[in-house]
Design a binder for this molecule. Structure first.
Ligand code: KPL
Length: 292
């Protein structure tokens, strides 16, 4: 089964490099322009020049596995523009934050849809792409099921775990991103610097608000959020979070799908989440000043 990767973002480039290493049949679909030649530096070993085969939407045949490792806010417009060329191929959504599935599902009737969250860590600066950490990926079928797609993903995303219900893992990841991403972006610090005592109260309040939401939604894991977040701060100490990188580059952030999603859910459930709301507002203000 041919794998088609949409875009040349950080995770997309890492997946293309893995396809090369594994000699998988693959191609990259540029989102607007033609593909760039990139330099990829894996965590260990020699760097490689990555000049991936390209494919256009009109060349899709219908038997591919489509991987969409995009920013949360890019997914709806990407799927809208691809829609006339889609033939119900299986398709993987891989992004930070939540709320995307509700936006795109009406466009994907008949498709096998897979949702994923990944702890792969990659830094992209211009044409330089550097793998900065290796972590597992969690996957689940949203609709349908496809054995060939499963084989490809098990090879490409190893180590990965398939879940009957991805929601609890998605909320855990949401909490991690709702704490680490906006705080590191606002204070312009590496993830590890959030371990300082000065940030403990903010971390506690944010986790408490998200934990209350999870309890109301009867999701497991609400009690471990703070411990999980502190563990990720330690494990990714040397990272610049994706939101910190986005603001530095003057790009839009995923805040609407992270703390913004928390606020929208809280509103629906009649709960107050003032700490998440404040961060949502502050990052939106920063987006304005950096011209994102
Ligand atoms: O997912 C991340 C991100 O930066 O978006 C974390 C886990 C915070 C690692 O940097």
């Amino acid at each position: 089964m041919k794998t088609v990767i949409l875009g040349q973002g950080a995770i997309g480039t890492l997946l293309a490099a893995r396809c090369e290493q594994l000699h998988l049949d693959y191609a990259v679909m540029g989102r607007q322009t033609r593909l760039h030649t990139l330099h990829f530096q894996p965590l260990t070993g020699a760097g490689q020049i990555l000049s991936s085969p390209s494919i256009s939407p009109a060349q899709l045949r219908g038997d591919e596995l489509l991987l969409l490792p995009l920013k949360a806010y890019q997914l709806l417009p990407a799927i809208q523009s691809l829609k006339p060329f889609l033939h119900q191929q299986p398709l993987l959504l891989l992004h930070n934050g939540m709320g995307v599935l509700d936006e795109v599902q009406p466009l994907l009737a008949g498709h096998t849809v897979i949702q994923g969250i990944t702890r792969l860590a990659v830094l992209k600066e211009g044409s330089q792409v550097r793998e900065t950490g290796r972590g597992a990926t969690d996957l689940a079928w949203v609709t349908g099921c496809n054995a060939q797609a499963k084989d490809v993903l098990n090879t490409l995303l190893s180590p990965c775990t398939w879940h009957a219900d991805l929601l609890p893992a998605m909320w855990q990841k949401l909490a991690v991103n709702a704490v680490i991403n906006p705080l590191t972006a606002l204070y312009q610090i590496k993830n590890g610097e959030l371990a300082a005592k000065a940030h403990r109260s903010a971390i506690h309040q944010l986790c408490k608000e998200i934990g209350q939401l999870m309890q109301t939604l009867k999701l497991p894991g609400a009690g471990n959020l703070e411990a999980t977040v502190l563990q990720v701060i330690q494990a990714t100490a040397d990272n610049n979070s994706s939101m910190y990188q986005d603001l530095r580059l003057g790009q839009r952030t995923e805040i609407d799908y992270i703390n913004g999603f928390v606020c929208k859910k809280a509103h629906e459930l009649g709960l107050q989440v003032p700490h998440n709301e404040a961060l949502w507002r502050q990052i939106k203000a920063q987006e304005q000043t950096t011209g994102s």
